[in-house]
Design a protein around this ligand. Structure first.
Ligand SMILES: O=C(O)CCC(=O)C(=O)O
Length: 267
């Protein structure tokens, strides 16, 4: 799908674009089933235990996280034996995820946005299990996936219907015009966050992005977004793929690094 002129205008004005019916149901089912298999493999392997929390960045100094840029790894919820998410290289290492990323028109979206040489840098499958799915704190993707100049775009797909009750994403329309307030980066064996502007985002202006399963939400890398815990009995699974422009510099301090044997690839 090449975005229309009207869609591109919306994206430039709001910092996000909602595209209903982007992914057919059978492909969502296939991805959900594969994610479920992968989750089961992590649950049954006691060595694979890392708690993922964006709240306190507890994962930041954890090698399980820091070494996951070229792997498929599971990250547990703090409060239960289920996964918070899978990350961060399913798009290159898992055949089902790779096909999902490369066969469904994301490349056309990237081209329409003017990303000259798209590189797929990060994939995540977010489970948001009923009753235990954790919060994703306010952030911009550029904070975590830094290029010079800024180029990251998030391609987020609702695998289930996303509602306020089950922890849909929220975003601040036009918030991508606020200069990015922080950079998360490697330092020594761990990570640190440089805060350029400690003032909070105007979250009172945020809107819920309630969408049906199969909807694509395109996110500007500077757009502040957030999702709540899932207190409801309904699951809210989502897949997200982050792309950058290969012409931009991928900074050496980014937490996510690839070895020469597995460089970032295109669509
Ligand atoms: O799915 C969510 O709850 C948040 C996802 C997110 O923050 C992202 O894809 O950058």
């Amino acid at each position: 799908m090449r975005p229309t002129t009207a869609q591109l205008e919306t994206f430039e004005r709001e910092g996000f674009l909602v595209v209903p019916d982007f992914v057919p149901t059978d492909r969502l089912d296939q991805l959900r089933a594969r994610a479920s298999e992968l989750e089961a493999s992590f649950i049954t392997d006691p060595n694979h235990v890392t708690v993922f929390s964006t709240g306190d960045q507890a994962h930041g100094d954890d090698t399980w996280f820091l070494e996951s840029g070229d792997k498929v790894r599971g990250f547990f919820e703090a409060n239960g034996g289920r996964l918070n998410k899978l990350g961060h290289a399913m798009h290159d290492l898992d055949p089902v995820f790779s096909a999902f990323c490369r066969e469904l028109g994301f490349a056309d979206v990237a081209q329409g946005l003017g990303i000259d040489e798209p590189k797929l840098v990060q994939s995540m499958y977010i489970f948001k299990h009923p009753g235990i799915g954790g919060e994703v704190t306010w952030h911009t993707d550029h904070t975590f996936l830094w290029t010079n100049p800024r180029s990251v775009v998030g391609l987020w797909v609702a695998v289930d219907d996303a509602t306020i009750d089950n922890g849909c994403m929220w975003a601040i329309p036009g918030g991508h015009r606020i200069p990015v307030k922080s950079q998360f980066r490697r330092e020594g064996m761990g990570t640190t966050t440089d805060v350029f502007d400690p003032t909070p985002y105007p979250i009172g202006d945020a809107v819920p992005l309630e969408v049906a399963a199969g909807t694509l939400i395109v996110l500007d890398g500077a757009l502040p977004h957030w999702s709540d815990v899932n207190r409801s009995p309904a699951q809210r699974q989502a897949f997200t793929l982050h792309i950058v422009d290969g012409h931009a510099e991928w900074v050496a301090e980014n937490w996510l690094q690839r070895p020469p044997a597995l460089p970032f690839a295109g669509f």
